[in-house]
Design a protein around this ligand. Sequence first.
Ligand code: AMP
Ligand code: ZN
Length: 475
Amino acid sequence: MKIYNTLTKKTEEFHSNVPNEVGIYVCGPTVYDYFHIGNARSFIMADIIRRYFEYKAFKVTYVMNLTDIDDKIIKKAQNENLAFREISEKYINAFFSDLEKLKVKKADFYPRPTENIDEIIELIKRLIEKEIAYNVDGNVFYDVSRFPEYGKLSGKKIDELESGSRVEINIQKKNPLDFALWKKAKEGEPFWNSPWGKGRPGWHVECSAMSMKYLNTPIDIHAGGSDLIFPHHENEIAQSEAVIGKNFVNYWMHFGFLNIQNEKMSKSTGNFFTAREILIKYSAEAIRLFFAQTHYAGPLNFSEDVLFGAQKGLEKLTNLIEKVEDQLKLKNHSSIIPEFEFSKYKIDFESAMDDNFNTPQAIAVIFDFIREINKIISENDDNLDFSFYQKIKDFLVPTTGNVLGILVWGNQEATFQESREDELIKLLIKLRLNAKQEKNFVLADKIRDELKNLGVILKDEKDKTTYKKQKLLEI
Ligand code: AMP
Ligand code: ZN
């Protein structure tokens, strides 16, 4: 299995510290708002990677932090006249509920800085003891000049960074690149007691302390969006390695941005859609397929046409699944067992995924499989031996279901989940038809017009009514 490592800038053979076990730490959200689908791209691609390790029979320990104390959380709490914990709790609950809807598997641990203050303070103390950090009037900073390897992840050089400095000037710092480990509390801000007075931890040190608490070092894999390479992950390396005196992480993985109209989707610029708003229009499976069709490391433009395409592509998968499910329920089958190399598709799927998680290639393999299988089924009038249908299931469930998370097999959940919105539109179309049959044309027209106001255009055809949804960007 090969992984591209941001640290070495090479695609490397993956070796875990302990055979068949892997520790993965992924930087999670700052919980001051609902997360957007740019964040969702990182969460979903990390989920697919984790699921692939499980497919390969690794015992995975998956950790994602929840940053529950931060300037943005404090500011929002102040604006809304709430305690900061009311803000963080609200958005942590929303985070869990949205991730579940996106079919993202739960992490083993979701550490929060507010619950790990002792570990964070301990780490800062050790950095001070080693004279790598300094305290100025209750603010503690990391002294970048004391870590010669600073810049090794991002490829930035300290002197270049200083000269082109867009770093915030702070007279307390020895060097503009030094960053805060402990922030002194201002009037009215939440605080914790520490050897340096009342304050709260800086963001970077939280991830160092919490990742090393839950995973052994060197951590096998540490991941996040590529906006985190500098300074967040660079600083994590500096803090952790200065203390442990060895490699902090073996493989650094970074997810490309989800862009919108060629600009990074981000809260601060306001060009974003929340995951919950997209989930109203599109199923989790369509969203996951949309993301997995592009390699995790490259940029991806948010496009509703492509998302529509993903939703359509899924129908091919669902049609096949329904057919196979029906056949598996039957008692009598023909004894025809066509020639088909199931193992070839399994091998191709695995070599795509083994090649730095090449999900677009893996999906191409699956859709080839579906096409070929459909051909055989129709050539034989859907009348084949039971074992053949079972083998289709045995290929699709672990790959398309368990790894990519774009199919659900069985009756507990619908195989293909329509979005709630589609279900509601179809219900209204049915009610409108009833109204027409009862000659209540006023109501029928009202339903059509109200839907139009909401961006749903109905079209009456000969024997059915179809609908088209306006795109989010047009609304
Ligand atoms: P935040 O809540 O901003 O700290 O982000 C949570 C996670 O989402 C981090 O791993 C970010 O790197 C990632 N992320 C933020 N914006 C995007 C984006 N537009 N595309 C992909 N990942 C992103
Ligand atoms: Zn982090």
